[in-house]
Design a protein around this ligand. Structure first.
Ligand SMILES: Cc1cc2nc3c(=O)[nH]c(=O)nc-3n(C[C@H](O)[C@H](O)[C@H](O)COP(=O)(O)OP(=O)(O)OC[C@H]3O[C@@H](n4cnc5c(N)ncnc54)[C@H](O)[C@@H]3O)c2cc1C
Length: 377
């Protein structure tokens, strides 16, 4: 059995972000293996995130916007988000960029195999459909199947997006629509976003918070109606499509970690429960792990990133939405009418001070949130 210091199971966002950091020459005395079952060449998702700084993936940011629009029945505002930029990275660019770097690093190997079992031990053993590998520490980036979410707050964020190309100039390319709630809500939280990459091309995406997943036809009908009726675009072609379901949940993923097996990415709760964003949290998480390895410290601290105070806020939000005390349109409309996007981003990044949080708590519908907060306590 080949032996490694670290085995990364899964080469999606979290696995590749960690491997990218471990390509650094500071880790050249380590043997690292990355195991992934798929080719990772398709543009199967688009990673958007806000940031005030340049990150390791700046060279593959395909488009960024300094102006964002928020729209609902009661609010229609365009915000200048300086010093933030809202950035877009295509999935296929992200995979290619990382895989190139990994292939250039002699101390990291990658194999295309399907993992069938991971056993804790000294060393741990990872069995795939073709081989078995021994590793001192394992980073697992996909959740175990059949997790019982029934004791946690849980709602799926499910979405479908089209990259459309129009015949005439249809978009203002320096401005993206962050959220547009002007579609039938059907008793759920439903919004669209529009991310133009030039005057004729944009990613138009539908996102829904609910546990009732739609059929492909239903998503397509909503997208088509939005493009034709809300955006008034009739002549267009669909160039690319993406679709997905991600968990928004208060579930304690940390309990699956063992002494030598750490979960990262979605499997660790890195998808922010109140927003569904994961990209920036995964970058922070993999920075932290690389630092812990450099310092020779315990690796079971990757959960410490998600602070309990914000977990409580997220649970309150999920409770308020899931028990219909309020709905996403009302919450986000009030937040974007009363607060700056800079403060909202800082809060979602879990970096606000108590004074800023007090300001934030006056924005959402007070009574439903108070009741949800008490219910969560
Ligand atoms: C369509 C879509 C759009 C999104 N857009 C955004 C966005 O704009 N901004 C944002 O912040 N987040 C976004 N997300 C959420 C989140 O960033 C992504 O889901 C992200 O890919 C999660 O990273 P991950 O590493 O946890 O999981 P993944 O990227 O799914 O990686 C897990 C990897 O493990 C592999 N794997 C699974 N099982 C095995 C096995 N048995 N053996 C070997 N390999 C295995 C999979 O093939 C996969 O490559 C989006 C998600 C989707 C689906």
């Amino acid at each position: 059995m080949e032996k490694y210091d670290y085995i990364i199971c899964g080469a999606g966002l979290a696995g590749l972000s960690l491997a990218y950091r471990l390509c650094d020459s500071a880790f050249s005395d380590k043997r690292i293996l990355l195991i992934e079952k798929e080719e990772k060449t398709k543009n199967d998702r688009t990673f958007c995130h806000w940031s005030t700084t340049r990150g390791p993936y700046e060279d593959i940011v395909s488009k960024q916007w300094s102006q964002l629009q928020f729209k609902s029945l009661s609010v229609d505002k365009i915000f200048d988000i300086h010093p933030y930029q809202y950035k877009m990275i295509r999935g296929d660019d992200f995979y290619a960029f990382n895989l190139k770097k990994i292939k250039e690093s002699a101390h990291i190997s990658i194999v295309k195999e399907q993992i069938v079992d991971i056993q804790e031990g000294e060393p741990c053993v990872v069995r795939t459909d073709k081989n078995s590998y021994a590793g001192n520490h394992i980073f697992k980036t996909y959740p175990k199947s059949g997790i019982d979410f029934s004791k946690a707050q849980y709602v799926s964020q499910h979405f479908m997006g089209w990259v459309i190309r129009t015949q005439e100039d249809s978009f203002s390319e320096n401005q993206a629509t962050f959220m547009d709630f002007n579609i039938p809500q059907k008793g759920e939280t439903r919004f669209m976003y529009v991310l133009p990459t030039d005057k004729k091309t944009a990613l138009v995406e539908l996102a829904i918070f609910s546990n009732a997943i739609l059929s492909r036809r239903e998503y397509e009908t909503i997208l088509k109606n939005y493009v034709e009726e809300n955006l008034s675009i009739l002549n267009y072609s669909i160039e690319e499509k993406e679709q997905g379901i991600i968990p928004m949940t208060s579930y304690d993923f940390g309990k699956h970690d063992t002494k030598h097996i750490s979960h990262i990415g979605t499997a660790s709760g890195a998808v922010k429960p109140s927003s569904g964003y994961a990209f920036s949290r995964v970058q922070e998480q993999t920075d932290l792990i690389a630092d812990l390895i450099k310092q020779g410290r315990s690796l079971n601290k990757s959960q410490s990133l998600f602070k309990s105070k914000y977990k409580r806020y997220d649970r309150t939000f999920l409770n308020a939405i899931l028990t219909n005390k309020t709905n996403g349109e009302q919450v986000f409309s009030l937040m974007f009418s009363k607060l700056s996007p800079q403060l909202i981003f800082k809060f979602l990044d879990e970096k606000t001070s108590l004074t800023e949080e007090l300001k934030l708590f006056t924005a959402p519908p007070t009574l439903p949130f108070l009741r949800a907060f008490i219910a969560e306590i």
